[in-house]
Design a protein around this ligand. Sequence first.
Ligand code: ATP
Ligand code: MG
Length: 228
Amino acid sequence: MANPLIKITNIKRDFVLGNEIVYVLKGIDLEINKGEYVALMGPSGSGKSTLMNLLGCLDTPTSGTYILNGKDVSHMKDDELAEIRNKEIGFVFQTFNLLPRTTALDNVALPMIYAGYSKSERHNRAKEVLTQVGLSDRIDHHSNQLSGGQRQRVAVARALVNSPSIILADEPTGNLDSKTSLEIMTLFDEIHANGNTVILVTHEEEIAEHAHRVIRLRDGLVESDITK
Ligand SMILES: Nc1ncnc2c1ncn2[C@@H]1O[C@H](COP(=O)(O)OP(=O)(O)OP(=O)(O)O)[C@@H](O)[C@H]1O
Ligand SMILES: [Mg+2]
């Protein structure tokens, strides 16, 4: 087997709250290969978002190692992490996290500014991914002039714009009705079919069924890890 895209070994993450320590992740081992489609499930408070933040290089572990695409990112400084994040990770959040009075095009093109592309390169690529997510007719709409499902499509386009190694989505359908959720999941299915690695958090079994592997957390540990 080739090297996994993600290899985490005995990852722990605790937080200091006043004079108390909250132990959230208690020793997680995980390998995820390129091209996998993974659903991360588990009760509220089990540590899913904490783990996603680590996988997405938004945070570093208290102990343990994280090798991402062959690089040890466990002890990197904020600026190094930001660079890795921009290159390797596309994030989609439950609440879309778009800039409100900004066009779909500019929201999507934003991560490319940090990656150093020219304006015309940014706009061409942003149009391309907006077309890929079915929004070619909403390019100049402000994000607050779009429906929830359209906003999430913009967020997915933004996640794809720098062609990252991994798409991470933390409850991407949590704020959408069931019909719109299905549309967004169809989009993730396509993104996966195009060869992307997709990891998403969900509470819903029907959403998790889109994935090929389901990892369940309980109380900061992996409870089960099943590949179909
Ligand atoms: N910055 C922090 N400081 C202190 N405790 C934290 C911090 N971040 C998370 N926690 C605690 O870690 C635990 C896990 O939180 P996390 O957000 O990872 O859960 P989750 O599985 O994503 O839950 P949900 O399904 O509700 O989103 C919670 O008990 C939470 O209070
Ligand atoms: Mg969460």
